[in-house]
Design a protein around this ligand. Sequence first.
Ligand code: PHE
Length: 453
Amino acid sequence: MVERKSIHGEWSSRLTFILAATGSAVGLGNIWRFPYVAGENGGGAFVLVYLLCVAVIGLPIMIAEILVGRRGRQNPMDSIRTLAEDDGRSLHWQWVGLMGVITGVLILSFYCMVGGWALAYVAYAVQGSFIDIESADAEGLLGRLFADPWALLFWHTVFMGMILTVTTRGVEGGLERAAKYLMPSLFAIMLLMVGYGMSSGDFDGALAFLFRPNFAALTLEGVLVAMGQAFFSLSLGMGAIMIYGSYLPSRTSISGSAVAIAAADTAVALIAGLAIFPVVFANGLDAGEGPGLIFVTLPLAFSKMPLGEVFATLFFVLLVFAAWTSAISLIEPAVTWLVERQGLPRVGASWVAGGVIWVLGIASVLSLNVWSDVTVRGMTIFGLLDYLTNNIMLPLGGMAVAVFAGWVLSRRTTAEELSDDSPLWYGLWRFLVRYIAPAAVGVVLLTKLLGLA
Ligand code: PHE
């Protein structure tokens, strides 16, 4: 058994790891992004492809990432390099880790801004801005926020400040505690909202939309987006889960943890869909409305609910927390990389990474207003960043990790890390990670790239 130690510490138990990794996975991706991309891509068939991607691509890659992280016990770049060295393979595999660091930085630049939207909505909820509003008011509220670069920048900055207060302190303190209490509360309040959708919204319409596959509505683009969403939602393809794996105590089952994390993440996404679409259909809103979807829909639901202001405040506070625990994991690869590779102290590394990301985020902020006509193929800077990172970079990074774990690492190495699993389960994992996951990602990316469909 190879026993290394992470200089950043270790999770206090397997459960904390599961909670923290779930905290990373469950975030804006589930509550903000899943409903709107499902809405834009026609619902049912998209959801089905998404679920398939989670099971046959996401899960095996998640296991691979945890395994590499736990054995390497460093930032993604050095964990991969160390494992390649152990097995006598090319050290160039480490560049996959560096790409992950870069992907995380790019994602967090706009993720931080969207976290800022959630913060702004906490303020609105507290001020009672959702009382007695109609669709047009809800749209107006969001429109005014988007049109105001200074307000967006302010909330973007506050959210970055929140990220830095945790990352400067390291793993155990802030991170663990946040995950332990906040995740379950979020889950509870979301169930409550589903209950509201059932009693007052078009629940049947939502069920049909999400779960009755209409393959005519599914395009190749939709398949790509579903796959990208699976990577994004599960925090895969850029080293976030790998980093969390590097803090995992040695004697804990990896596969069991991965299944729990993926299941919780998927459940939250589906519940978010069930909370939002009944309101969308009951109020004649457009399911394909785009990134503003939940920020228009939910205030409307709250405006009609008894005690709506209280629930609205609670909900947006919890959304901020969910985004926070994810954002921390998006910056962690960059921070550990700066500490271990560049020799910076943790605090300095956090400020450097945070500063770069904050500056990059300004481009997304401005793309909603001042630069809204700067577009590439119809996408604003924010849209383009989201598209490139989620649909291209994460799948590529994930595919590389799958190939690394399945083909490059020796069977002995992976079997040793997954020794808690039955031979059958290990065989299934190895088959998926060697053949199915890389091939599926490759086929989708290539057909898209070559414009074959
Ligand atoms: N999974 C997070 C979410 O759904 C986002 C994320 C992506 C976090 C990649 C870490 C790495 O919001």
